[in-house]
Design a protein around this ligand. Structure first.
Ligand SMILES: Nc1ncnc2c1ncn2[C@@H]1O[C@H](COP(=O)(O)OP(=O)(O)OP(=O)(O)O)[C@@H](O)[C@H]1O
Length: 234
């Protein structure tokens, strides 16, 4: 995508270009309020209330419509459906018969098997976030947009879910918004930083390919350098 974003007269992003890594993870970082979620929603084709002057294209030349899964910061689970019903929602909305075997396997792999029949109000914040992740993974789309998908998770579950998402989304083009430098260091094939209306590429982490081990020294050092950079970003 390339273009500028305005809210009324206020320019949020000026002539930015965001190129996603085809079949890999692009991580988008930046201080609060710089426009990360707005960018994600624009790419998802959702209403943002902003004015966008620019273009959003896929490098394979095909339209994006129907090829994008989006996980919002709010889990957007429907309160009257249980967890299983929420994960099956996309299929039901498309008038398809949900693949119950796959749904239960996914719920199980996310550690939610004991909660499959609970409604969202009976789930913890982290459980709801995993349920939303299950629903997103269930969509099986080429492009996956994740807005802080692991933010409500404890450290151990967060690392587990990062590994699991990387495994499930291998070969997909993923855009991840995160405030966590270690998460970006682990998962990113490309890292981008938004500050003051501009978007810049950050150096690519070295070391093993994503998902990089949590104790990989090069990844840890990269995460520390990135945190220092974020602390000095305005
Ligand atoms: N509908 C709207 N009308 C006016 N301004 C808006 C609207 N939606 C968002 N904004 C403003 O646009 C800016 C970017 O918002 P956005 O949610 O994209 O930021 P973000 O980088 O994702 O922040 P965070 O990291 O806190 O989630 C913010 O200053 C926000 O107040």
């Amino acid at each position: 995508m390339t273009g500028s974003v305005r809210f009324g007269d206020a320019l949020l992003l000026e002539n930015v270009t965001l190129d996603l890594v085809p079949g890999g993870w692009t991580c988008l970082l930046g201080p609060s309020g710089t426009g990360k979620s707005t960018l994600l929603r624009l790419i998802a084709g959702l209403d943002t209330g902003s004015r966008f002057d620019g273009s959003i294209n896929s490098s394979d030349g095909n339209a994006l419509e129907g090829r994008v899964a989006y996980m919002a910061q709010d889990d957007l689970l429907l309160p009257w459906l249980d967890l299983r019903g929420n994960v099956a929602l996309g299929a039901r909305l498309r008038g398809q018969r949900p693949d119950t075997g796959r749904i239960d396997a996914l719920i199980g792999s996310l550690g939610l098997a004991a909660h499959a029949e609970k409604r969202p109000s009976r789930l913890s914040g982290g459980q709801r976030q995993r349920a939303a992740l299950a629903r997103t993974l269930m969509e099986n789309k080429d492009f996956v947009l994740l807005d802080e998908p692991f933010s409500a998770l404890d450290a151990r579950t967060r690392a587990d879910m990062q590994d699991l998402a990387a495994r499930h989304l291998a070969g997909r083009t993923v855009l991840l918004v995160t405030h966590d430098p270690m998460e970006a260091a682990r998962l990113g094939h490309r890292l981008c930083l938004i500050t003051s209306g501009r978007l810049q590429d950050l150096p690519t982490p070295g070391g093993p390919p994503p998902p990089r081990p949590v104790d990989d020294p090069e990844t840890l050092a990269y995460g520390a350098r990135l945190l220092a950079r974020l602390r000095s970003a305005s």
